[in-house]
Design a protein around this ligand. Sequence first.
Ligand SMILES: [Zn+2]
Length: 486
Amino acid sequence: MTIDPAPYEPVIGLEVHAQLSTRSKIFCGCSATYGAQPNSQTCPICLGLPGALPVLNRQAVEYAMRLILALCGKVRSRSIFARKNYFYPDLPKGYQISQFDLPLGVGGAIDFATDGEKVSVRLIRVHLEEDAGKSLHPEAGNDGEVTSVDMNRCGVPLMEIVSHPDIRSPRQASHYLQKLHQILQYIAVCTGNMEEGAFRCDANVSVRPAGTPGLGTRTELKNMNSFRAVERALNYEIERQTTMLRQGGSVVQETMLWDEKAQSAHPMRSKEESSDYRYFPEPDLLPLRISEQWIQAVEKSLPEMPKARAARIEKQYGIPAYDAAVLTESRALADYFEATVSAHPDAKRVSNWIMTEVLRVLKDKGIPIDKFPVMPPALAEMLTMIDDGAISGKMAKDVFDQMVLTGRSAKEIVSSGGLTQISDEPMLNAMVETVLRDNRGQVATYKSGNARVLAFFVGQVMKLTQGKANPQRVSDLLKAQLDKSL
Ligand SMILES: [Zn+2]
């Protein structure tokens, strides 16, 4: 066996299926809600009964337009639906209504950074289609010996987002998906819930000698259920293809199923070509025509995108770019930050609290920011209490934890729990005197030039106040007393 030392590079393209969060399905009025009793959300149209005719859901079209425009793609004024013919038990019609020749959206790009390098991945197309039903196999948690089928998902609206093979590493692939996932949620067209299958990804991957222009034979990877799984599956497949080519073999074009438990992929079927599906224009639906006014209205309705919002927040509030990027990771978090700053204008302090304490709680509890029990005005009120000296920074952490736990305001917690910081000067001075009187030996040590004893005195006063004094204040008062009696 000869060893080929030439390095190989991967060429990756991604196909994402994002479920549109419309209330009803794409071609009928059935509910598209996830998790209902199996087969309870069906009708003659989504079951494909003879004579039933599809009617396009306007909201689904508009949601897809939102994404296309958010990614700077072009919405076609005329697109057509097509039948993709294949047999599967959860596809009662024997075909799926999709788009082929003339998809709704073309072009656009997704920009992100990987390890400091800017990456721009171009999009080939964004099109609309209906989902198929769901087969529940015995090994997938179904208790019987048979495979059953749930038709609730038949006709749920999907958007397929197809990238050019511009991705050069599994890490880039993961970042691309995270960016797309973020944008879908910003524009509120998809829940992004991967466990419920609302955001699914297939990856096409091939390898070639690094720096050469040609494309190797690709395989398609399916069944990755997290960003990490996509990265691992791609690493596995790139390694497999590279080893095979190095050993003089050749890659077979096929579809591979990723097995997360085994951390390996196995062939599912030979990869089909589009001609295998015998696409033809859907005779039951007219071409979809979209006016320039509609496109402009949708464009106007788009919210500020993450990149633009991060840039504005950085500039407007004078916080570091890093903070702005973290705070704009989700639209809800950015809203939370801006609402808090509007009530407590020290933006850097607000940012610090959100990035450390708030995000820590969200992570511990596994909840999104919109389920966070402390509302922006309540957080702002607590920060103002620190400014006013009503509570110390150290006490604030305890108060904050109680706010999260009980949903009560900082003021309520402090007044009912006796957490108010002692800022009464005569009272503190009296305590300082007591401590100095009771520790004459240490006072002598201080006077002999050992200033480190000061920390001991501060500790004693804090003990007397049960931690309710401001340590800096105590230290100042101690110094004043000690220096006076020098
Ligand atoms: Zn239906």
